[in-house]
Ligand binder design. Sequence first.
Ligand SMILES: Nc1nc2c(ncn2[C@@H]2O[C@H](COP(=O)(O)OP(=O)(O)OP(=O)(O)O)[C@@H](O)[C@H]2O)c(=O)[nH]1
Length: 424
Amino acid sequence: MQALIVEPSPTYQRILSRMLESYDFQLTFVDSATAGFRALTQHQFQMICVAMYLPDLTGIDFCQHVRQRNSEVPIFIVTSETDPELLSSALTAGASDIIRKDDLPRLEESLHALIPLGPFRYNISGKALYLEDSLTVAKATDAKLKRLGLQMDHAFSIQQALQLLDNNKYELIMTDIVLQDNETGIDFIQRLRADNRFAQTPILAVTSLESVHRRIQALQSGANDYISKPVLDEELFARINNLISATRLIEQLTRERQRLLELATKDHLTGLYNRHFLTELAKRRFAEANRQQQALAVLVLDIDHFKQINDQFGHQTGDKVLKRVATALQAQCTTEQYLARFGGEEFVLLLPDCNLSTAHDKAQQLCQALQQLQPEGINTSVSIGVACLSTAREEYFDEVFARADKALYQAKQQGRNQVIALAP
Ligand SMILES: Nc1nc2c(ncn2[C@@H]2O[C@H](COP(=O)(O)OP(=O)(O)OP(=O)(O)O)[C@@H](O)[C@H]2O)c(=O)[nH]1
């Protein structure tokens, strides 16, 4: 690794040389910005230290020039200056950190943080969006985020940011709070939080140090965290890492919850609801329908001669037939019509707001659809029993299911591939 030290004072050159000894750097010392620019054309540097005051330029100007061509290399400005405005403009110019001459060990700390940085220390990847009206600040931030493993898209205005959000997926959204043209980052955060698509995306607000009121407003609007300008690299990295890690944890928990829910409610072969889920749902729906005197019908469907399909084509083909039949049945159902695999080659369909005649028509439609399906090239048919809730008295799922099952038995007895409906 190569490091460039742009430092006119021989004393500080020596001090820096000793400090950097323990790092595996090849050091190039120059005493002016002009010599520094020349060195940059000759070598590829992985780190630059520059004094604030050089004979030909300031360290800030030097830094700004370097950043125009190289957004990645860490640049440390070494100075005795304490003026906050000057230090802030150094960071705006793209400096990675400012090292005070009376606090040189900080350079070691920064280097220490810098060297193991990247995907190894922070397991971060993906893209971040930054709404910021200053191109210089955006470029400097881009370089910092790259070191963290994040690609950055930059937007100058809320409109531009919203367009980027329509077409990209971001792990993190950062926004400056004070923007041009009467826009504020607060407006942007509020719009994001009103949009379900970005409910989980972490938002980091970038505010000025003195504006406590704006920081509170940003958090109240839905920002997850804030960082104050001038932004210190290590603080930025730690906050981004925390935000993204927390979001990933929530996503992981949501996926896990979804998986457990599927396991508890779905049949693993066909992906339809399982017997347990449908029975529980049907119990609730029957109680409701009795109370509100609504129609409710149950269909019991059974594939005809399925044992023969298994025997003739094998169990695996039998499974494929079951899946194809399930998909075909599901395709004929709305989201309000609940289809379950009850076991083996038997399916149950719960039809809310459906009387016996409509349920019978629906069953006919399913019966015909399956006759034409030919799953795995095999002639397949179903028999269907239909029953519905009595309008004269309260009935519960077990009773209506038993009647539909009896109707199914009759359909089988009468030659299969047909529908029988039994009135209450
Ligand atoms: N491939 C496969 N077969 C299954 C599964 N579950 C049950 N079966 C088989 O389904 C067949 C059901 O046979 P039966 O109950 O005799 O009924 P059937 O042959 O369809 O005859 P009918 O219903 O009277 O028309 C049995 O051979 C079971 O082994 C499954 O998950 N996969």
